[in-house]
Design a protein around this ligand. Structure first.
Ligand SMILES: [Zn+2]
Ligand SMILES: [Zn+2]
Length: 230
């Protein structure tokens, strides 16, 4: 109910519902409220939800990321840094982000922190082409996925370096057949990569499977099996 009300924009009603629940709200309930607050940019209720979530599941990085996302949309950079600090305090700061793809018998790992893939030049060359093609179809980079106080052009560059984009692009270069591309990522896919993957499946007529830290996504002909819910 909280999710249903919240997603539809009835945040006050969702909040009333939580307050009158006969049960103690758990992380699922607060998570639904936080997710809805991010969509509708309501920082007041988001902060209440986040406070509870940080207590109930301090090691779930997704909650911190949602708050950083909301604050960055609202240009509240000090608050972004505060949440980043909270993450660091519980030891989540240094979690490395990886994406994998298997081509023939070799597993290729794309990491945000470690040295670039040996074919990085070719991959970026193809990715720039891909992004320019999908922009013609309506893709707009979601710069709100970058939680750094830098300008829009720089943010678009940061988005290009996301490991799942690099792994999918590598798959598109290497997979000569129409066999689907299968990528695994250890953390939750960001909404920009999710949108880009939908367009990539359309523009290259290629099915893409992405298993992220939370869910399974099957991108085909511009749509995802999760119906944008993850
Ligand atoms: Zn991303
Ligand atoms: Zn999806």
């Amino acid at each position: 109910m909280v999710d249903l009300l919240g997603r539809a924009g009835y945040l006050d009603e969702a909040w009333d519902f939580i307050q009158t629940m006969p049960l103690e709200p758990d992380a699922t309930v607060w998570g639904a409220l936080l997710g809805s607050c991010r969509i509708h940019k309501n920082s007041e209720l988001a902060e209440i939800a986040a406070k509870n979530l940080f207590k109930l599941e301090p090691y779930n990085s997704a909650n911190y990321v949602l708050m950083m996302n909301l604050y960055s949309v609202l240009n509240r950079w000090e608050d972004v840094e505060h949440v980043r600090g909270l993450m660091g305090a519980v030891g989540l700061k240094n979690r490395h982000v990886f994406s994998w793809i298997q081509i023939d018998q070799t597993v290729h790992v794309f990491s945000a922190e470690e040295k670039p893939h040996p074919e990085a030049g070719e991959i970026y060359f193809e990715l720039y082409k891909l992004v320019s093609d999908i922009k013609k179809l309506g893709y707009v980079p979601d710069v709100n996925c970058v939680y750094q106080n830098i300008d829009k052009v720089e943010k678009e560059k940061v988005l290009l370096s996301h490991t799942e984009k690099l792994a999918i692009t590598y798959g598109l270069i290497k997979m000569k057949s129409s066999a689907p591309i299968r990528v695994i990522k250890n953390t939750r896919v960001c909404s920009d990569c999710h949108t880009a993957a939908k367009y990539m499946s359309l523009v290259r007529s290629h099915e893409i499977f992405l298993k992220d830290g939370v869910r399974f996504h099957h991108f085909k002909e511009g749509k995802c099996s999760c119906n944008d819910y993850w």
